[in-house]
Design a protein around this ligand. Structure first.
Ligand code: ADP
Ligand code: 5GP
Length: 189
């Protein structure tokens, strides 16, 4: 099989996607993170240019108009999008690139780069556990948590369109499984 170096992680918010992405970046040699553009305000601890490119709505609109985004979506009232230049550069350099995008963004990436994309869905063991993790993380208000749980039901309905699904129950098992799957995708086996 053709090596698939664009590794796209999707999951309902709180399922563990960021945790898996960080682990893959540490363990897959040369892997880089796809830094998305967003209009969402920066959270404590986030760094512009590392976690996201934080843009105003006008700046984001200009990126859309200039065709600089491979895909974009409006999620929880903010825009999020993948930059075309960074993605094409990773492909040209033969580097693995890890994406953290919503389910629709994942399918758009597959359409844009069908031979190079590996879609990995991280599912929570249950919606109750998802809610517990979101509350424990403590980065959203009650209202934001409610919206994320509502959206989780929609996101879960897309899981069958992914190349692989991992139910993130025991974290070490999840991380090992993710690494195995991604190493195989990159090797093209
Ligand atoms: P996402 O990026 O999908 O929103 P995170 O990676 O931020 O999710 O994980 C949400 C919270 O759940 C974090 O506090 C994280 O430490 C915790 N978490 C991740 N995986 C597990 C797991 N298998 N068991 C228990 N807690 C977990
Ligand atoms: P958060 O605000 O928690 O960082 O992200 C909210 C949602 O936006 C998550 O599901 C995340 O995967 C998604 N997201 C982040 N960047 C992008 C992107 O570039 N494109 C799309 N489609 N979704 C993104």
């Amino acid at each position: 099989m053709h090596p698939r170096r664009l590794i796209v992680l999707s999951a309902p918010s709180g399922a563990g996607k960021t945790t898996v992405a960080r682990y893959l970046l540490e363990t897959i040699p040369g892997a880089v993170f796809s830094v998305s553009a967003t209009t969402r305000p920066r959270r404590n601890g986030e760094v512009d240019g590392r976690d996201y490119h934080f843009l105003s709505r006008e700046e984001f609109q200009r990126c859309i108009e200039r065709g600089e985004l491979v895909e974009y979506e409006e999620i929880f009232g903010n825009y999020y999008g993948t930059l075309r230049s960074a993605t094409e550069q990773a492909l040209a350099e033969g580097k693995a690139m890890i994406f953290d995008v919503d389910v629709k963004g994942a399918l758009s990436l597959k359409r844009a780069f069908p031979d190079d994309t590996f879609l990995l869905f991280i599912a929570p063991p249950s919606l109750e556990e998802l809610e517990r993790r979101l509350r424990h993380r403590g980065t959203e208000t009650d209202e934001q948590i409610r919206r994320r749980l509502d959206r989780a039901v929609l996101e879960m309905s897309y899981r069958d369109q992914f190349d692989a699904v991992i139910v993130n129950d025991d974290l070490p098992t999840t991380l090992e499984r993710a690494r195995e799957l991604v190493e195989r995708a990159i090797a093209g086996t």
